[in-house]
Design a protein around this ligand. Structure first.
Ligand code: DX5
Ligand code: ZN
Length: 216
């Protein structure tokens, strides 16, 4: 069964506790938390105080996606805020190996996100060090964008790399995920589906999560 990670970016921030509790009650597995700095991406989402508030109510692991430059500066901070997985962007890390070691030595799982234009093969020398690869299926910065179809090829290429190297890496898909592409993504090799608008803007978010959970 896929791991389902609703993206809190699409929640109602005026009713954040209610929306977090809804996810607690759902079949979702993780909370996906999008942190944007207005530099790496052309948008600012929310920062530490909001994450602290989410963490107070969340009863599932926090999957934190950093869309920020120089993410190493905040590794300890996100560990203290309760991140289970901390994902940094390949494009934002000059010394990716060091960044990943830093994340793991702070007790978190280490993730690497790839922008749509970044080829999967760039991870071949480091894949065994990565707990999760987040394939961006939209350009990061905003929820509610259209899924980029080329992602399927990237999922297949990444799956091949993981199998060939014997890595234990999970493949996460982030951006424009819905019930229309979930099955094809899982068949291509995805393990984790992030969904923001598709979950939170639905009439019945719990049902939408249940449907994604049983996709195969
Ligand atoms: C985009 C974020 C995504 C976003 C997904 O920059 O990384 O996690 O919240 O939202 P949807 O599912 O609405 O595309
Ligand atoms: Zn994300």
């Amino acid at each position: 069964m896929p791991i389902i990670a609703p993206s809190v970016l699409a929640a109602d921030f005026a009713n954040l506790q209610r929306d977090v509790e809804r996810i607690n009650e759902s079949q979702a597995d993780w909370f996906h938390i999008d942190i944007m700095d207005g530099v790496f991406v052309p948008n600012i989402s929310f920062g530490m105080p909001v994450l602290e508030a989410i963490q107070k109510h969340a009863k599932k692991p926090l999957d934190v996606h950093l869309m920020i430059v120089d993410p190493d500066r905040y590794t300890e901070t996100f560990a203290k805020l309760g991140a289970a997985t901390l994902t940094v962007h390949y494009e934002a890390c000059t010394h990716l190996h060091r960044s990943l070691q830093h994340i793991k030595s702070n007790g978190m799982r280490a993730g690497v996100a790839l922008n749509p234009h970044t080829p999967v093969h760039l991870l071949s020398d480091i894949i065994r060090e990565i707990d999760l690869v987040c394939l961006m299926s939209v350009n990061p910065g905003f929820g509610g964008q259209q899924f980029i179809e080329h992602t399927y090829e990237k999922v297949r290429a990444l799956k091949k790399l993981i199998v060939e190297t014997g890595a234990k890496t999970q493949i996460e898909i982030d951006g424009g995920v819905n019930s229309g592409n979930a099955t094809a993504l899982l068949q291509a090799g995805a393990d984790v589906l992030v969904a923001g608008n598709f979950v939170f803007k639905a009439e019945n978010p719990l049902q939408v999560i249940a449907d994604l959970k049983t996709a195969h």
